[in-house]
Write a protein that binds this ligand. Sequence first.
Ligand code: F6P
Length: 409
Amino acid sequence: MKGNVIVGQSGGPTAVINSSLAGVFKTAKDRGAKKIYGMLNGIKGLLDEKYIDLTEKLDSTMAIDLLKRTPSSALGSCRFKLPDVEKDPETYKKIFEVLNKLEIKYFFYIGGNDSMDTIQKLCAYGKSVNSDISFMGVPKTIDNDLAITDHTPGFGSAAKFIASTMKEIIRDGHVYDYPTISIVEIMGRNAGWLTASAALAKSDDCEGVDLIYLPEKVFDVDHFLNKIKELSKTGKSIVVAVSEGVKVADGRFVFELAAEHVEFVDAFGHKQMSGTATFLANKVTAELGTKARAIELSTLQRCAAHMASRTDITEAYNVGGAAVKAAFEGESGKVVVIKRVSDDPYMAITETADVEKIANIEKKIPLEWITDDDYVTQDLIHYIHPLIQAELSPIMVDGLPRHLNLSMQ
Ligand code: F6P
C-alpha cells in the first residue's frame, strides 16, 4: 500500500474515543498500512512534530483490547482552532511539511464539531496545493450535538453513567426520615442530550429524577424556585438534573449569575461551564431556607469506562474502521455518520457526510421532545435507550480496571 496513515484525537475525551482509535488502527493495519502514526495532542502537537509510531506501540491483540477499554484520549487531545489560511498560510505549510515528511496519505481526526473544523480546513488547503492526502473525520462527543449523525460515539456511555449515577443519587436521597434536595449538573454545553439521559433512571425500581432543565429552553430562576417549593410540600426528596449550559432570558448562563464567577474562554470561544448546580443550590437555601446539595458530575461522566455501553464501544470502533475504509476507497473531506435503521431491534449502519455539513454546527434536542412540566418525552427516552445497552467489562488487575497508558509504555 502506498502512503502512511496518521490519526489524532481532539476536543473533550470520552469513555470510548480510544475504541475509535483502535478501529482506525486495526482496520488500516489489516488493509495493508505499513506505518500508522498517532499525533500527540492532536493537530497542535503535530505542528510541533509530536507524534508516535502506533505500529510499535500497539503490537499485540491484548494492547488493542486494552485500548478499547481505556477511557480518555490515549494520544492526548487539544482545543486548538486552525487559523484562517489567508491570515496564516505558514501554519498550513508547516503541517503539510510534516505530513509529507512522514509520507502520509491518510489523515484521520477523531473529534466533535470543533475538531471537524480542522478536517474542513486541512482538506480545503490540501486541494489548493494539489495534495493527494485524504482527510477524514471520525465522530465523537459525549455532548451528542453533531449534525446528521443519529448520535455520536461517547454519548451512550456517558448517558449510561448518568442514568446509573442518578439512580444512586436518588437512593441516597431517600436514606433519612426527612427529604433532601440534590441538584445535579451535567455536561453537554449548549445541547441537553446528556442531561435528558437522566430520565432513563426512572424505572420499576426507581422513582426517577423530578425535574430536568435543558439549554434548549430559557431557564427561569423564579420558576425553578417555585417548582422546588411546590415539590417540597409533598415531603419527598427531590433530585434535579440541570445542564451546565442553561441560560436565563437575557442570554447569560446561569453559572454567570454567581457573584464569585470567574470567566475562562477556549480557542473556539467556548466559556468554561461550571457552577450552575452550586448557584442553584445556594439559591434554594437562601430563598427557601432548605438544605440543598450541589453535585457537579464534571469529568467523571466523560471517562467512566467502568460503566461504558458495549453498544457505544462497538459503534466507536466501527466508525473508526468505516473512516479507514472510506478513505482507502478514495473519499476525503468527509465525516463518518451513524444511521439508525431500526429501533426495535436496534440496528445502525455507517455512512459518510460532507464535513461542511458537520463542522462548527450544534445539533440540539427538538423542542417537541421537551415537556412544559420540566421533563422530557417518552420519544426522547426511546431514542437514548438502545444506546446505553450492554456492557464490556474492564480487564481488572489488582482490583482495578487496567488501562493502556501509551505515555508509560
Ligand atoms: O465537548 C465536550 C465537553 O465535555 C462539554 O460537555 C464540556 O462543556 C466541555 O467538553 C468541557 O471541556 P474542557 O475539558 O475543555 O473544559
